[in-house]
Design a protein around this ligand. Structure first.
Ligand SMILES: [Zn+2]
Length: 368
């Protein structure tokens, strides 16, 4: 064997290991990109994950797992419609992909598309009849579907309001009016608009407790749908405006960052945009010296008593007010967006507020 032939053989053996060569094969390139995508998701770098899966799909457009990855990345960034499309594509290529069915079902459930969600779970169960999670999701969807089956519907430009009977039609109409106003008022201030129609469900008190399992002091909740118990208070137009604007702000925050936003930041924004929210918080803070410890404001407020919760909301609103005063509302929006892309709260805070979170809270008036 001549030296030249030997060199060619050696080269041929080495080439498959060479990254440059590997990049030339679409399947290998897709696998490398997919791995990078999953690594990025694991580390919370959602935008990088989305980019990696997009390159992988360009190289290997018939691989269902890549559409699933792209769907997960989009979902984590709050891009619900994109996530839905990717997951549907993944399932059209591989209907047995249970994890894609679970996420797609969840998205449809949050959109109040209960029939479509149930359909996704049912189809998935054909391929994985033993899957307990799928069965539980189907059961939950069915239960909620039963409650809503007799509900009426009122459609606005950006919201769908579901309510129990003709007696509530007037309230539903008012709710739509208030929500459409909030849509433009809060959306314009934050330069953010949700990319989907938001479902709003008006419940009786009992239905609200059964479905949401929220603490007694909760006036409403947002979990992909705005859920409102119809107390006497909601016949008070000012209260209706306050509660719906508050929940709509949560919908906006979630469209920017579905997870990772500290509770105080989410609630603080929601209170700030309530009509009269800011003066309410100031009055609340001056009414007593008790303060909820900062550490308790990060997680949920569910464990707090009604009095503690009021103070927690007021403290949250005050911190957000100070942030907006110092850096502007758009900096706070950018901070939430950074969290959505996968930054930790601390990193995002420092970038957008030009100071660390600890120095910022230390600089706040302790009497507040
Ligand atoms: Zn809230």
């Amino acid at each position: 064997m001549s030296v030249r032939v030997l060199a060619a053989v050696v080269l041929a053996c080495l080439l498959p290991l060479s990254p440059l060569y590997a990049q030339g094969i679409p399947r290998v390139r897709a696998a490398v990109q997919a791995q990078a995508g999953w690594d990025a998701i694991r580390d919370g770098r959602h935008q990088e994950a989305a980019d990696a899966f997009a390159s992988a799909i360009a190289a290997q457009p018939r691989d269902p797992s890549l559409y699933f990855g792209a769907g997960v990345a989009a979902f984590l960034m709050g891009q619900v419609s994109t996530a839905q499309q990717s997951l549907e594509h993944a399932l059209s290529l591989a209907p047995q992909l249970t994890s894609a069915s679970l996420l797609l079902g969840d998205i449809l459930y949050r959109n109040n598309d209960l029939v479509a969600a149930a359909d996704v779970y049912q189809k998935a169960l054909k391929y994985a009849p033993e899957d307990k999670v799928l069965a539980a999701r189907l059961e939950r969807t069915g239960r909620e579907s039963d409650v809503q089956s007799g509900f009426f519907q009122s459609q606005g430009a950006h919201f769908t309001v579901l309510f129990e009977g003709p007696a509530d039609e007037e309230l539903a109409r008012k709710a739509l009016e208030v929500l459409e106003t909030a849509y433009w008022r809060v959306g314009t201030e934050l330069l953010t608009f949700p990319d989907r129609i938001i479902p709003v469900v008006l419940y009786t008190e009992q239905q609200f407790r059964d479905i949401t399992r929220s603490p007694n002091w909760a006036a409403a909740v947002y979990d992909g749908r705005i859920r409102v118990p119809m107390r006497g208070a909601l016949t008070d137009p000012a209260e209706l405006d306050r509660v719906l604007t508050h929940e709509f702000t949560h919908a906006l925050v979630q469209s920017l960052a579905p997870r990772g936003v500290p509770t105080w930041l989410n609630e603080g924004l929601a209170v700030m945009f309530e009509p009269g929210g800011q003066p309410w918080a100031a009055t609340q803070l001056s009414s007593g010296t008790y303060r909820v410890p900062q550490g308790q404001l990060v997680g949920g407020f569910d464990g707090l008593t009604g009095d503690q919760a009021r103070m927690a909301y007021a403290q949250s609103a005050e911190t957000v007010r100070a942030m907006i005063e110092q850096a502007g509302a758009l900096a706070v929006v950018a901070l939430v967006q950074d969290i959505g892309r996968g930054d930790t709260f601390e990193v995002a805070f420092e970038r957008r507020m030009s100071t660390s979170y600890n120095s910022f809270t230390a600089s706040l008036d302790p009497a507040r």
